[in-house]
Ligand binder design. Sequence first.
Ligand code: SF4
Length: 279
Amino acid sequence: MFTTNQQPTLEARSPFELRVNLGKDVPESDVRSALASGDMGFLHSFTTGSTVDGPGVRVVAWTAGCMWRCVYCHNPDTWTMSNGIPVTVAKATEELRKYRHGLKVMSGGLTISGGEPLMQHRFVVKLLTAAKGMGVHTVLDTNGFYGDKLTDADLETIDLVLLDIKTCDSERHRHLTGMDNGPTLEFGRRLAARKRPIWLRYVLVPDLTDDPEDIKKTATFAADLGNVSRVDVLPFHQMGRYKWEKLGLDYKLESVEPPAEALLERTVTIFRNAGLTAY
Ligand code: SF4
């Protein structure tokens, strides 16, 4: 495993900084009690100034730990929880407090992303609650697989969910992520029933997620929910490739190029044709 002598600070320039083993000295029993209480979480980093992770300008808390293994994951160092920095809710809240006035002025807020934040759902809910207590707008960026861990009261702490739907086709989903898409789709339905807003995120990868019929099914699913106010089609890129190499992981997409403009436009159009606002 790749190791580093430098101890990165909580704040990072971007989530594309490779971070490993930062929580490896935390005893297993402490990890378990942290997960149970939510008093401590494991964060890859905090970044500031994001304009692509929810409305306005945002502070993003990137959590460590993910149960999926997407073949196009840009941040595989966030798969392992012990790669993250152990951070108490108090410390994360203090960090956020520094930015709260600026975030309001810039119509932004806090986004919790990952990794998969709901691997640490109690910590996430505590941090979202603290943010709401400061009057900060809250966004959860999630693959939705563990959505059923959130109570209805927990959902009220989230102003907006960025729901990452990889594909509605269950077989293709298993191929892309290693896991079933049923829980993600169910979480979308539950958010719709509770009238909680969703922005859908769709990663467009040539030859993997660009099948028009498949995208049409995803678009129809999203439109039928009735609470998807925006769709972001995110073009695949190779910025995370070096992480796969450094971590000694088997990266299968070396020869895949980012989608051409025409493919991007075609995909956005499919979502728009379903009646959705898409970019
Ligand atoms: S859900 Fe996100 S963090 Fe997890 S493997 Fe997939 S792309 Fe990576």
